[in-house]
Design a binder for this molecule. Sequence first.
Ligand code: HSE
Length: 334
Amino acid sequence: MNIIVIGFGFIGRGVIEAFLRKAERIRRLDEDFRVVGVSDSRGYVYDSEGLDLKRLIGVDELSQYPSGYCRGGSAEDLIEMEGVDLMVEATPTNVVDGEPGLTFMRRALRRGIHVVTSNKGPLVVAFHELKSLAEEGGCQLLFEGTVAGAIPIFSLVRESLQGDEILRISGILNGTTNYILSRMHFEGTSFEIALKEAQERGITERDPSYDVDGIDAACKVVILANALMNRDVRFEDVERTGIRRVTQEAVSLAKRSNFAIKLVGTIDRRIEVAPKLVPINHPLCVHGTLNAVHIEADLAGEITLVGYGAGRETVSAVLNDVLTVLKSEAKKKG
Ligand code: HSE
């Protein structure tokens, strides 16, 4: 298969590194696996025979790659290239209009190119439209990396709860706010210092108010509701309260009563993101940068998944989605 990677930031690079590291596993599924193009906002590199991934991860800028660089060339040019089978879309999230990722995804799906993404924006803005495009184009749209990073929530429901109806979901879906609240809970660290620490760990959004005000968590709630509960939820439908008004006194008071204050996203009759009191022994009560997703299904009952929701671990989700596509294509070929 011919792969293009759109976005050469933390995730784009991480995915290319993972392709290199897991080359043997990948080749077992597809001997002809090659990354033919990679783009960022300034241009792209392209080689129809496959790029040298070792060289690629060694460069700071795509322009330093020894051949095939097109300055000013765009992701759309790569999507239009002959024979592209799969696009990994890892441009920054824009929850206002989903761009530029939304345009790239529409275009790829219309051409019958499978899409794997870690970008929340396009899915928040146009989930059902993109799903329909994928169906019409006979291709897959996979997005495990968009919600709770490495936690395989979509794969779990798709593969292992095929007969279940998901009745309710609640989750700690933002690592930054969970880190801040955990530091306040265990060490009495001030909100400002804890936020600074989270930023140093590289898990915050570019504008940290997206974390603190619950915007990032609300986006994830929208994706979960639409993808797993067949709802038609828009960002505006989420009742949202962030953690700015959570005081140290409130955190300490909760702690004395064996609760922790957590920013919880809930999809039930109400769809909301808000600070909640969570019993300290509840499976959802995870600390630090961890995320947790708790689902209630009609047959399976309650299931909780815990793991890392941001940063390097997200690459695991993207790679798994790519392998899922490779596997189903291999099956088709017989
Ligand atoms: N800023 C996000 C978080 C990153 O803290 O969870 C993952 O979406």
